[in-house]
Design a protein around this ligand. Structure first.
Ligand SMILES: [Zn+2]
Ligand SMILES: [Zn+2]
Ligand SMILES: [Zn+2]
Ligand SMILES: [Zn+2]
Ligand SMILES: [Zn+2]
Ligand SMILES: [Zn+2]
Length: 240
């Protein structure tokens, strides 16, 4: 059985990773271990099954203005992007809004809205802003390193608790990559689900047409907005 992925010119085959085998996912740059991967053996091109199946676009709660589109490579001339979720650079797949220069690693885009961590007795919630109660710079309560204001975090919303941690510290024990293959009906459009499995899917709103239609429509919209912005710039600069 062969598969086609928009980011690679050859067909891919599904391969079950054997113990001892080492592959690196081209989508998220993380190693693939004891899972299924999509592979092009000619090019040594590999994708986690969940990265290969990641939605072409998502409506993400951190950026509700525009849908985020899955880009195979960063569109910036530097060839890399800075993730708005974890503040680390990335050179592979990203969920991006090119209008607003929002870019997310695929794993960051799919961080669950809440998780449990054995270092805290309550469930902790994903927060996209650092507007802390006192506004002072915080340190992660798990690794004790600094929590930058540019990073998302997980926090406990109980008033008596002052618990805020890095996203990667909070999810270090969470099974990665259960994006959409966790339920019995994978192909269904789902609303964000929260379960005890520490997994969640941010899904797109039910599209009117096929995904391609919606994508095309979205790009058109983005182009129009971009043109409007450029015109605006020209107009403004012409005044001086
Ligand atoms: Zn991956
Ligand atoms: Zn190939
Ligand atoms: Zn990230
Ligand atoms: Zn945007
Ligand atoms: Zn930490
Ligand atoms: Zn708490």
């Amino acid at each position: 059985m062969e598969y086609k992925h928009f980011s690679h010119q050859h067909n891919l085959t599904l391969h079950k990773v054997q113990p001892g085998q080492q592959f690196q996912c081209h989508g998220c740059n993380l190693p693939c271990s004891n899972n299924s991967i999509f592979a092009c053996w000619n090019c040594n091109f590999f994708l986690h099954e969940h990265c290969g199946n990641a939605n072409r676009y998502v409506k993400h709660p951190s950026h509700s203005l525009h849908p985020l589109v899955l880009l195979p490579i960063p569109t910036y001339c530097s060839g890399s992007f800075l993730c708005n979720g974890c503040n680390a650079p990335g050179t592979t797949f990203s969920y991006s809004c090119t209008l607003c220069e929002i870019d997310l690693h695929v794993p960051c885009a799919y961080l669950p809205p809440k998780v449990s961590h054995n270092s805290h007795q309550h469930e902790i919630y994903l927060s996209f802003s650092q507007s802390d109660k006192n506004g002072s710079p915080a340190n992660c309560k798990i690794c004790t390193k600094e929590l930058s204001a540019k990073q998302w975090s997980y926090f406990c919303n109980k008033p008596e608790c002052d618990f805020r941690v890095h996203t990667f510290c909070a999810t270090s024990e969470v099974k990665p990559g259960l994006y959409q293959d966790d339920g019995p009906d994978n192909d269904q459009i789902q609303i964000p689900v929260s379960s005890n499995h520490n997994t969640c899917v941010y899904q797109t709103q039910a599209p009117a047409g096929t995904p391609e239609d919606v994508l095309a429509e979205m790009f058109q919209l983005q182009m129009q907005l971009q043109m409007a912005q450029q015109l605006n710039q020209i107009f403004n600069s012409a005044k001086y």
